[in-house]
Design a protein around this ligand. Structure first.
Ligand SMILES: [Zn+2]
Length: 368
C-alpha cells in the first residue's frame, strides 16, 4: 500500500469536528470516469499533480460530502492511497446512519474496462482495509464490518447507490471476494511490518537494543529470557521500551550505545534521555570535544537518566511541524496530548490504536 496523508482541513466536514468509534469500513467508488486523485485530493503536493479546475474537495463545497480516503492515480500514473480525514472523524459519505459507525474511502473509477487499473486499485483497497482492520481491531469477515455502499443501502444505513458493485462485477469480483481477500492479507502476515502487532509484552534478548539482528529470542516470560541471556555471554534482556533490565550490571551507572547511520547527539539524547537538549551530558561522559559522531562508534549513556527516557505509554505533545513522512502536522494535533505506542531509532508512533496513529520524529515530541 502506498499510503499518503493530505487531510481535508478546509472541507466543512473536517471543520464539523465530530468523532466516531470505528466499527466498520464502507467501500465506495466515485461513479465518474476520472482515475486521477487530483480530481478530488488537493492542493498539489508534487505527486498528485495540479487540478486545473480547482474542484478538489479540500475546500468549502456546496455539497455536504467527504470521505476518509481516496485510491487512484498519481500524476505519474502509479497507484496511491490518500488519507483525507482522520479515520475516526465522522465522515459524510453514506447518506445515512453508517456515517456514525463506518470510516470510508472512494476508489476513483476510470472507464470501467481497464483490467490492469482495476486489479491495482482493488489490491490497494484490500491492503487499506487490512490496515484499518488491524488499527481498529476489526474482523473483516464479521457481519456488517466491511461493506460496499450498496450493502449499506440494503441494511438501511446508506443512500441508494450501487457502488462499487457495478464495477467489481465487471472483473469477477464482489464484496464477498473483497472481504475474503482482506482476511487472507491479514492472516498471511504481509502487512506493513511497521505496524505494531497487538501481542503482549515481549522480553527480547539481544546484544544491544539497537542491534536488532543480534536478537536470539523474544519471550513472554521474563525468567525464560533471563535464562537465554545467561546461556549467551554479552547478551541482555530488554523490555518493550529498549531498557536493558538483565543482567543487573546492565543497570550500572551507564549503558553503552552504538551509533548508527543518521544519528546525531541530539537525537540520541532525545531517544535515550527523553530530551534532546540533554546531549551535553553524553558529550561530557564520553569526553567529546565536538558534536561530530560516526556510525559504529560506541557511546556511554548516563544510566541514571535512562529511566526518564521516552517510553511506550508516555503522554507527549507534538512540537514538530512535520510528520516523519514529511507531511505537515495540523494545529489540532499539536493542541492535543498523545500516547506513545511504539518507539524506533529516530521516530515514535503516537496514538495507536486510538488516536492519530502517526509517526513523528523522536525529537519532535515532548514528554508531559
Ligand atoms: Zn458511494
Amino acid at each position: 500500500m502506498n499510503l499518503n496523508k493530505l487531510i481535508f482541513t478546509e472541507n466543512a466536514c473536517y471543520k464539523a469536528g465530530r468523532k466516531i468509534k470505528v466499527k466498520g469500513i464502507m467501500v465506495h467508488s466515485t461513479g465518474a470516469n476520472n482515475p486521477y486523485l487530483k480530481r478530488y485530493v488537493g492542493p498539489d503536493d508534487g505527486k498528485l499533480g495540479k487540478n486545473r479546475y480547482n474542484n478538489h474537495w479540500n475546500q468549502p463545497m456546496d455539497r455536504q460530502v467527504c470521505v476518509h480516503g481516496f485510491i487512484g492515480k498519481l500524476q505519474d500514473g502509479t497507484i496511491a492511497t490518500y488519507q483525507t480525514l482522520p479515520w475516526d472523524h465522522r465522515g459524510w459519505h453514506a447518506g445515512g446512519a453508517a456515517n456514525n459507525t463506518h470510516t470510508s474511502f472512494e476508489i476513483c473509477e476510470d472507464g470501467l474496462s481497464d483490467r490492469s487499473y482495476f486489479d491495482k486499485v482493488y489490491k490497494e483497497a484490500t491492503e487499506l482495509c487490512a490496515y484499518l482492520c488491524e488499527l481498529y481491531h476489526l474482523n473483516p469477515l464479521a457481519d456488517g464490518v466491511i461493506i460496499g455502499h450498496y450493502e449499506g443501502h440494503q441494511r438501511g444505513i446508506a443512500s441508494n447507490h450501487g457502488d462499487p458493485r457495478h464495477w467489481f462485477s465487471k472483473f469477477e469480483k464482489s464484496m464477498d471476494t473483497f472481504r475474503q481477500d482482506v482476511k487472507r492479507l491479514m492472516g498471511g502476515g504481509v502487512l506493513d511490518p511497521k505496524l505494531p502487532k497487538s501481542e503482549g509484552i515481549l522480553y527480547r534478548v539481544r546484544k544491544s537494543w539497537q542491534d536488532k539482528k543480534s536478537q536470539i529470542g523474544a519471550y513472554k516470560v521474563l525468567a525464560n529470557a533471563k535464562r537465554k541471556a545467561d546461556e549467551n555471554s554479552g547478551y541482555f534482556v530488554f523490555d518493550e521500551s529498549g531498557n536493558a533490565i538483565y543482567p543487573e550490571k546492565a543497570a550500572a551507572e551507564h549503558s553503552t550505545y552504538t551509533i548508527v547511520s543518521g544519528d546525531s547527539l541530539w537525537r540520541i539524547a532525545a531517544r535515550l534521555l527523553g530530551d534532546g537538549r540533554r546531549y551535553p551530558e553524553i558529550k561530557k561522559l564520553n569526553g567529546l570535544t565536538s558534536d561530530i559522531i560516526h556510525a559504529g562508534q560506541k557511546l556511554k549513556i548516563p544510566k541514571a537518566a535512562v529511566s526518564s527516557a521516552l517510553k511506550v505509554g508516555d503522554m507527549v505533545k507534538v512540537t514538530a511541524s512535520r510528520y516523519a513522512t514529511g507531511e505537515t502536522v495540523p494545529e489540532w494535533v499539536k493542541e492535543r496530548t498523545h500516547k506513545v505506542s511504539q518507539i524506533e531509532k529516530d521516530k515514535v508512533l503516537l496514538g495507536w490504536p486510538d488516536g492519530i496513529a502517526s509517526w513523528l520524529p523522536i525529537d519532535g515530541v515532548k514528554k508531559i
